[in-house]
Write a protein that binds this ligand. Sequence first.
Ligand code: PEP
Ligand code: MG
Length: 894
Amino acid sequence: MGHDRVMTKYVYAFSEGSKDQKDLLGGKGANLAEMTNLGLPVPPGFIISTEACRAYLAEGREPEALSEEVSAHLEALQKEMGKTLGQADDPLLVSVRSGAKFSMPGMMETVLNVGLNDESVRGLAAKADGDERFAYDSYRRLLAMFGSTVLGVESEVFHQALEDLKNDRGTKNDLDLDVGDFQDLVATYKKLISDHTGSDFPQDPREQLDMAVRAVFDSWNTERAVLYRRQERIPADLGTAVSICSMVFGNCGMNSGTGVAFTRDPASGAQGIYGDYLQNAQGEDVVAGIRNTVPLADLEDINKPSYDELLAIMETLEGHYKDLCDIEFTVERGKLWMLQTRVGKRTAEAAFRIAVQLVDQGLIGMDEALQRVNGDQLAQLMFPRFDVDAERNLIGKGMNASPGAAVGKVVFDSTTAVEWSDRGEDVILVRRETNPDDLKGMVCAKGILTSRGGKTSHAAVVARGMGRTCVCGADSLDVDVKKKVFTSADGVTVNEGDVISIDGTTGEVFVGEVPVVDSFVVRHFEGDEAAEGDELVAAVARIMEHADSARRLAVRANVDTPEDSTRARRFGAQGIGLCRTEHMFLGERKTLVEHLIVAETSQEQEEALSALLPQQREDFIGILEAMDGLPVTIRLIDPPLHEFLPDYTELSVAVALEDERGERDTKQHKLLDAVTRLHEQNPMLGLRGVRLGIVIPGLFAMQARAILEATAERTKAGGDPQPEIMIPLVASVQELELVRSDIIKVAGEIEDEREVKLSFKVGTMIELPRAVMAASEIAGVAEFFSFGTNDLTQMTWGFSRDDVEASFFGTYLDKGIFGVSPFETLDRDGVGQLVRLAVEKGRESRPDLHLGVCGEHGGDPDSIHFFDEVGLDYVSCSPFRVPVARLEAGRSAG
Ligand code: PEP
Ligand code: MG
């Protein structure tokens, strides 16, 4: 029975909320509430919670209590405003806006001017000093928005009718349309709605409101919203809130307008006045790039009091949020209204700059600054840029909407972008402007170029969010999407398939390929002093220094050569976490391995091994020298054999040809015999790792000898070598015992031969579920564990590492079985639990067991936080990711 149940509250007045309630009120609602409570000029309104949306989506209908609650809040609003929704002689109109916990720009629905109908439009005109044009302009906007978002008529239909009308009237500018034109348009739109839907536009204001709310709820699950969430890793079950706000109008004359402002430049982080303003327009016009906006600074001349008030509010908001805020505002007949604010998205470059600026202004501390940036952003700053000294052919310039240097073939539509990039081509998506339907193309393009729209246009906002290079509003370029061509001001034509280069940092567009160079941040990490004067480099360096002092996790690198070791060390690696020795057997040495594999007698085997020994020793001397004083984990050979042996089919053909020529018993024949003998259905589950070491006698002993002789040599030379010999693919303690005793024997021999005391460790990788279960016993023999999460993921999910990405992963991602590949970000719930278990078991039997990870996950931001949480001692990743891992380890500790 209902009476003794606590009723869920679904609707909140703005004054009842705060910025910390994004879960419940959505980002937009929570911030409207915050601004209201800060005393800023926010039009009154209320918010329907995400909880109501979730209930609606689960049940397929609104929760019972919702309608009554909306009525109560509507009544309060009507009282405050002194008029009722859609009142015939003086209508209260409302906007109905979506707003989820995480911003999803342009993904969900908004309906403005709800409450207008055939009667109240006249009331609005009468109230607005007889401004009929404004009233009918508002009505036609409602019809188009309601028609497309609520009633499901293609928005293109309305757009086309407007274009036709403008053509008829011989103008391109909607400001040239008069009241009669808008009345005609209203009639056309109403007819379009009844033609397309079979029923008339609802005249009842409350029915309009309820339908708009439902449409916002439904828009949570549109295809583009689902795709966007998957891209941004936003959970699928949060739902959206709905803000209902009394309308203020930017479209009632030239003393009205609408705009977007940033408290700092979201592209560079520089302080100043950034934003766009559009006179006599409603908000959607700015984002859609319908007319070109003017810079926000021009508002000072247009309407000084509003401009001054806006600047003061921007300062208040920055001080309050202690961060860059972006703002949407409207000026109605000279009066400023705040429609939205939020902590603004920004480029990677801006994120680092702003974080240290805020520290210097005393608004935040270094711990907080560290949380304001992330490893993905740092990785972006390590992207290359265009070579400034290279020859370039500039054909246009737009706004620097999202930084980076992108080169690719021009495509004009999303479908082609997807097709071409699927076949491995780099593409640049070129559009007049983008809308949410272009998302798929934007995701797979290297860069995005538009000829219309400002820094807050859809293209700019979405590209920045994805870290995609973007130049927008390059209005000297004439883009004809239908003909698949664009033309520059001086007549250069660029067709589909032609290569262009776009610079998202400067806004420049070049025809042809411009060579790219390393970033300043990379040069800084490499120790290049020329990079030091740079302001961005200084910001990065300060934050990195703080991350290094804050973090508990050490960061090592996965490298196999002395050169890479040196580079990794410059990038801040504190040792090597994985040296894959099989990588040292590639190239010319591959034949030596073949000799070893085809050896028929132990003498042949000995010979093959002795040929390899000196070469391996030299490798290790170089690496130990480059990493002197730091631990170097060297993994004994782990080659899936198919990567090492010649291809079976090719070899068979070669042998058949030899047979034809009557040549017998050649090396090829022997090799084919070996390849046939060793052929495996699934080499990833085959003769690899420790198994190979056990069945090919002397192989591991030779490697151990090479490592330890190199160690002896480095020690005698006065160095401080710290080798850690690591055994791959161990499943049982017996395997490890066998190999370990061989290594200890070899060590004893070398100590005697060379009269030197060797210091080294022997440990194992944990890559198999069985090794996890046997971790206590294994830790009895191993001095360290390094989690090989690549294999552990493969073996736990039963996914073949080499095949899976190309086959069914796409479907799994589409269906949301995982949001991101488990080979990229550690699957915390499955593989992660195995890691946790092995840590516990291992440390139980050997409390000082040293623990690390060397699978690809060691350089993945999210996974690093997990490894810190379960208590590993270090992560190891490719040299380029070392700075990223240092930063994330610091953030994780914070
Ligand atoms: C692993 O399996 O995670 C690992 C580091 O080894 P490899 O990738 O060489 O199999
Ligand atoms: Mg492995």
